[in-house]
Ligand binder design. Structure first.
Ligand code: GLU
Length: 360
């Protein structure tokens, strides 16, 4: 029995936690975090780490022979830096008698259900065997539009894919502030409940959200919390932060996004797949009402007004109402060619089955 409140968690460690001011890896911090993770694991908590720091580690190691553009830089530094990063982790975990393994991924690997399940299986078998997965984006090939927004986005996808009970995003500040974090009057927002409109905070504290990617962090945290996973944004530089956060009897200063009720695994995947959507489906008012009324209603051809773009069976499509507002996403059961022919027809097979439909 673990004394902690969660049995499986994902932890994202940002570059700003792992690197020193000169850009090199902060070995003392890294070692402290590895000790904390090791301690938790020995007490029965399964942990998936999502670690940044590859580009930073590579940048301080390689001196480029010519001026490099941003893509070349990212590729060169991450290729070298990921090797450094994982070696450091490997050695530190070995000292604690624990084995870790590297999982590199790309945005594309989340867009096909097959790749998604392969990744999930890989990490599941690692956890079963006591191996800590250390995940990072494969920055050597993920460039420009193929990139994740950042590792916060990636950590959300991983937490959701691995059915983690909590996602802990470690940064170098205590959480989301209700003002500029540098202003002594500002306080950390301790709890954000599901359905809270984050705009109220953004309006009152633009600067704090603008800095350090807090806006993206918050949006991702909210989405993940909506899926039933508690999200903590906390300071990775604080001593013993991970065991303290998992100990329900302690009141640690951080921002907690309270988890909403559970969504199904497939729906979680669909909710996160919007970025890969291939086509658009416009539905009529009757269809909209039916979908909103009952979450066991599928999207039928009779409710389709028009279709834009081409997609194949299994692709994710976006769904719009008559006024052009997106209302959700879903997985198509057949391709756009067949769908075009069925527009408006009654009694046909649903284009999107309700199990594969996610309304915003
Ligand atoms: N994947 C990048 C790296 O390891 C970091 C991306 C991020 O910090 O969000 O350097």
């Amino acid at each position: 029995m673990t004394p902690y409140r969660y049995k499986r968690i994902a932890v994202k460690i940002g570059s700003n936690v792992l690197t020193q001011e000169d850009g090199t890896l902060d070995m003392i911090r890294m070692s402290a975090l590895v000790n904390q993770v090791s301690d938790l694991q020995k007490k029965g908590v399964e942990i998936i780490l999502v670690s940044s720091g590859a580009v930073a580690a590579g940048r301080s190691e390689v001196k480029a022979s010519r001026k490099l553009d941003s893509v070349d830089q990212r590729q060169l530094y991450s290729a070298v830096g990921q090797a450094i990063l994982i070696k450091r982790y490997y050695d530190l975990f070995q000292k604690n008698g624990i084995t870790c393994g590297q999982v590199l991924t790309t945005k594309e690997s989340f867009s096909s259900r097959g790749h998604y399940l392969n990744q999930k299986n890989c990490m599941t078998v690692m956890l079963e065997n006591g191996v800590i997965p250390i995940v990072n984006e494969n920055d050597t090939i993920s460039v420009t539009e193929l990139m994740f927004t950042d590792n916060d986005e990636l950590s959300g996808l991983i937490a959701s894919m691995m059915d983690a009970e909590a996602l802990i995003i470690l940064s170098n500040i205590d959480g989301i502030y209700n003002g500029d974090p540098k202003d002594p009057e500002s306080k950390v927002i301790r709890k954000i409940l599901p359905d809270t409109d984050l705009k109220q905070y953004i309006a009152s504290s633009k600067s704090s959200f603008g800095r350090g990617g807090m806006l993206t962090k918050s949006n991702i945290a909210r989405k993940v919390a909506e899926e039933g996973i508690a999200v903590y944004i906390a300071n990775g530089k604080k001593e013993n932060i991970l065991p303290d956060l998992l100990d329900a009897s302690k009141d640690i200063i951080c921002t907690t996004f309270v988890a909403n009720k559970k969504a199904s695994a497939v729906k979680k995947w669909i909710a996160h797949s919007e970025g890969f959507a291939k086509g658009k489906v416009y539905i009529n008012q009757g269809c909209l009402e039916a979908l909103l009324k009952n979450d066991a209603n599928s999207l039928l051809p009779v409710g389709i007004k028009s279709i834009e773009g081409s997609f194949e069976k299994g692709d994710i499509v976006r769904i719009f109402d008559q006024a052009g507002h997106q209302i959700g996403v879903g997985k198509a059961q057949y391709g756009s060619e067949s769908a075009y022919e069925l527009i408006g027809k009654k009694g046909e097979k649903p284009l999107i089955h309700y199990d594969y439909l996610y309304l915003d």
